[in-house]
Design a protein around this ligand. Structure first.
Ligand code: UTP
Length: 281
C-alpha cells in the first residue's frame, strides 16, 4: 500500500538574483503572472492534487521581503470589509477563492540560502515520517489536470520517489539534475542514476528534473549529512541520488507546458501564455 501524500513543501528562500532589481525587496515567488503571484499558482496546484497542508520555507532575512508571502496567505480583514461595503463581490472572491485555510499553512525559515537540499531539510520536523511533495513556484506549470495531480496518479501505482521531467537541449543539461534511465515508456522513465548539472556532452540523458517532486521521508537522512555538491550548495539531487537502489525512482513527463519563471524569458512567455487562455483578456 502506497502511503498518501498530504503535505507540500514550497522552498521560497532563494535570492532570485536573476530577477534583480525586481527582487531587491519583492520575493521572486510574489512576481505576478497576469494577476496572481507565482506562489499562489503553486499552492492552487497542490490543492488540486489533494494536498491540504502547505509548508513554506522562507528566508529569515525580513528585509528581503519574504514575509510578504506570509502576508499574502493571511486573511486581509480590512480590505475584505471595504470591498464588501462597496459591493465589490467579484473582487472579494479573488481574495477568497482558491486560498487554502490560513491555519493549514506553516512557515519555517532557512537561515542562509545554502541550496535547495538545505531548504527542503528545513521542513524535516514539519513533514515528519511521511511522503511529501515539493513544488518550486518559479517553475510555473500550465497543465490540466495539474502537474502534481498527474504525478500523484502515477505515484499511487509506483510509490517511491517521483520527479517531473522534461527533455532539454543538450547545451542546457548543465542547469538541471539529469536522469540516467534504465527503462522508459515515453512517459514514465525509471532512473538508475542521477547527476546534478552535468556539462553538455557528459550528461547520461537529456531528461531534466523540473520543479516538482514526490519524495519519501528517507531523503531527510541524506540531507542530514549537509553534503555540498555542484556550486558549493547542498543539492536535493545529490540526496535523491543516494537513495537510488533502495526505493523506486521515476521521472514523469508532464502533459502540459512549463515556464521557467526564474528567468526573464520564461516569465514573459508565461504571462502571454496565461493571458491567452483567459476569456476576459
Ligand atoms: P533557484 O535555483 O532558482 O535560485 O532556486 P534562486 O536563488 O531562487 O534564484 P537565482 O538563481 O539567484 O535567480 C530554485 C528554488 O529553490 C529555492 C528558491 O526560492 C526557488 O524556489 N531555494 C533555493 C531556496 O529556498 N533556498 C536556497 O538556498 C536555494
Amino acid at each position: 500500500m502506497v502511503k498518501a501524500v498530504t503535505k507540500a513543501v514550497f522552498p521560497v528562500a532563494g535570492l532570485g538574483t536573476r530577477f534583480l532589481p525586481a527582487t531587491k525587496v519583492l520575493p521572486k515567488e510574489m512576481l505576478p503572472v497576469v494577476d496572481k503571484p507565482l506562489i499562489q499558482y503553486a499552492v492552487e496546484e497542490a490543492l488540486d492534487a489533494g494536498i491540504n497542508e502547505m509548508i513554506m520555507i522562507t528566508s529569515l532575512n525580513q528585509s528581503s521581503g519574504k514575509n510578504l508571502i506570509e502576508s499574502h496567505f493571511q486573511t486581509a480583514e480590512e480590505l475584505e470589509a471595504t470591498l464588501l461595503q462597496r459591493g465589490k463581490t467579484a473582487e472579494l472572491n479573488f481574495l477568497r477563492d482558491d486560498f487554502p485555510n490560513p491555519q493549514k499553512i506553516s512557515f519555517t525559515h532557512q537561515d542562509e540560502p545554502l541550496g535547495l537540499g538545505h531548504a527542503v531539510w528545513c521542513a524535516k520536523d514539519l513533514v515528519g515520517d511521511e511522503p511529501f511533495a515539493v513544488l518550486l513556484p518559479d517553475d510555473l506549470m500550465q497543465a490540466k489536470p495539474g502537474c502534481l495531480k498527474q504525478m500523484m496518479d502515477v505515484y499511487n501505482n509506483t510509490g517511491g520517489n517521483i520527479v517531473a521531467i522534461e527533455e532539454v537541449a543538450e547545451e542546457l543539461t548543465g542547469r538541471y539534475g539529469i536522469l540516467d534511465v534504465d527503462e522508459d515508456d515515453g512517459r514514465l522513465a525509471r532512473a538508475r542514476g542521477l547527476v546534478e548539472k552535468p556539462a553538455a556532452g557528459e550528461a547520461p540523458s537529456r531528461l531534466a528534473i523540473i520543479g516538482r517532486y514526490i519524495l519519501q521521508p528517507e531523503v531527510f537522512h541524506h540531507l542530514d549529512k549537509k553534503m555540498t555538491g555542484a556550486g558549493g550548495e547542498i543539492q536535493l539531487t545529490d540526496a535523491l541520488a543516494a537513495m537510488l537502489g533502495g526505493i523506486p525512482f521515476h521521472g514523469l513527463r508532464i502533459d502540459g507546458r512549463r515556464f521557467d519563471c526564474g528567468s526573464k524569458r520564461g516569465f514573459v512567455e508565461a504571462n502571454s501564455a496565461f493571458a491567452a487562455e483567459r476569456s476576459d483578456l
